[in-house]
Design a protein around this ligand. Structure first.
Ligand SMILES: C[S@@+](CC[C@H](N)C(=O)[O-])C[C@H]1O[C@@H](n2cnc3c(N)ncnc32)[C@H](O)[C@@H]1O
Ligand code: SF4
Length: 394
């Protein structure tokens, strides 16, 4: 079997998470482009506005590993369950070629820590044990990592505290370590309670000299090199446009808004950036970045984007939207279509919902569009679109 990358687990059939591994990379990209073109066939745009895709590395491109913990306390297995209801079906994926190479040295230390702290892996059928998942995230900026242990309860906290200095000595790059308490039996990845074992609670990342802060709960891009290209492209596309007032909706930790505000401010343009995001911890991170960049007139607020937008009566020049897979939805799209900001920058991880939203944005045409291959070996991709008001609607 010819695979796009060498993966023993795929060949053995014990992991099939990369559903497109049997297609070579050229074929993967071609199918993604065809998919996007088909979705946009009803929307007006010219060929020259369709930029060639931003490609990804084929291996070691993920900054995050979500490992189900199973096996036993002396020999834990970190990986996936082939049958989600059976801990006996575990496959160890510590050598998955998508993770950063540095993770290879970290996983054995974590396995040793599990044994030392007596963190019995959770057994789904028996509903016994404590440790459910380990979530590991690396910053590409300085290779520091954040380690999160998802546990059923706090019962092991004293043992973990006893062993934590040993772990920090072996892994000095572990700048953030936390316990997430997830008491429910359901296959939910994480619970609400986060207990920090390190003073530092956010992991610093940097894209295009913009500091961004990854915090335990909530969204952060998982393919850092492609994400850096994505934010950098957004920045380049808007830098010469007449923009003073901008909104970054679904802003997360602020990547898009901060990139755009920084380049405009460097050109001595007076800007006013408002970033809106539902998660308060993401807003905390975004505010921290704005302070570090010494940006003036920047306000990040934890609110529902539709509620925020419908309450506004001032027209922004640029609205950035980067929604979850469901898209921005009809009420917000129709509102923006009436509000008529001069430019809309739409970044989407689901071109199907974006294409639907574009039908409600009937006053706009596509000025530029580019595919960013954030998720190689799968059918998923990111797409960035710059919309301007159609000349007949001005
Ligand atoms: C695809 S992420 C984009 C994050 C950010 N733009 C970035 O580049 O990292 C979508 C974000 O929308 C937020 N979100 C989801 N529903 C929301 C809502 N109704 N109002 C505000 N934010 C929302 C999520 O918390 C998440 O951070
Ligand atoms: S996720 Fe990793 S182990 Fe699984 S198929 Fe993809 S490359 Fe192979």
């Amino acid at each position: 079997m010819n695979l796009a990358i060498n993966c023993e687990h795929y060949l053995k059939g014990d992991c099939r998470s990369c559903q497109w591994l049997e297609k070579n990379y050229g074929q993967q990209l071609q199918e993604k482009e065809q998919h996007l073109e088909k979705l946009l066939s009803a929307v007006k745009f010219s060929e020259e506005n369709y930029l060639s895709p931003c490609q990804s590395s084929l291996t070691h491109f993920r900054n995050k590993a979500k490992m189900v913990v199973s096996g036993n306390v002396e020999r834990p297995i970190l990986g996936i369950l082939q049958d989600p209801n059976d801990s006996q079906s575990a496959v160890d994926l510590c050598d998955c070629p998508l993770y950063p190479t540095q993770f290879q040295a970290i996983f054995p230390v974590l396995k040793d820590f599990i044994a030392r702290a007596g963190l019995v892996p959770y057994n789904i059928k028996k509903q016994k044990g404590e440790l459910k998942y380990i979530l590991l995230t690396q910053s590409q900026y300085d290779d520091d990592v954040m380690i999160r242990f998802v546990l059923r309860s706090e019962i092991k906290l004293p043992l973990i505290q006893r062993e934590i200095n040993g772990l920090l000595t072996k892994l000095p790059q572990a700048k953030v370590i936390s316990l997430n308490i997830q008491p429910q039996h359901a296959a939910i990845l994480e619970g609400e309670k986060e207990i920090f074992l390190t003073e530092q609670q956010v992991l610093e990342e940097q894209f295009n000299q913009i500091p961004l802060f990854i915090r335990p709960q909530g969204f952060f891009q998982t393919n850092p090199l492609v994400a850096e290209e994505l934010y950098g492209t957004a920045q380049q596309w808007i830098k010469d446009l007449p923009i003073h007032r901008l909104w970054d909706l679904f802003c997360g930790v602020g990547g898009f808004g901060l990139h755009c505000a920084k380049i405009l401010q460097e050109k001595n343009i007076n800007i006013e950036l408002t970033g809106i995001e539902i998660s308060p911890s993401a807003i905390y991170s975004a505010t921290l970045s704005a302070k570090k960049l010494a940006l003036n007139n920047v306000k990040f607020q934890s609110l529902d984007v539709t509620k925020f937008s419908l309450d506004q009566n001032q027209q922004p020049d640029l609205v950035i939207v980067n929604p979850p897979r469901r898209g921005i939805g009809k009420p917000l799209a129709e509102f923006l279509n009436q509000l008529q900001p001069h430019f809309i920058l739409y970044s989407s991880c689901n071109a199907t919902t974006m294409a639907k939203d574009l039908t409600y944005l009937a006053n706009y045409k596509i000025e530029k569009i580019q595919l960013f291959d954030m998720f190689p070996h799968t059918e998923h991709y990111e797409v960035l679109t710059l919309l301007t008001i159609s000349s007949d609607k001005k």
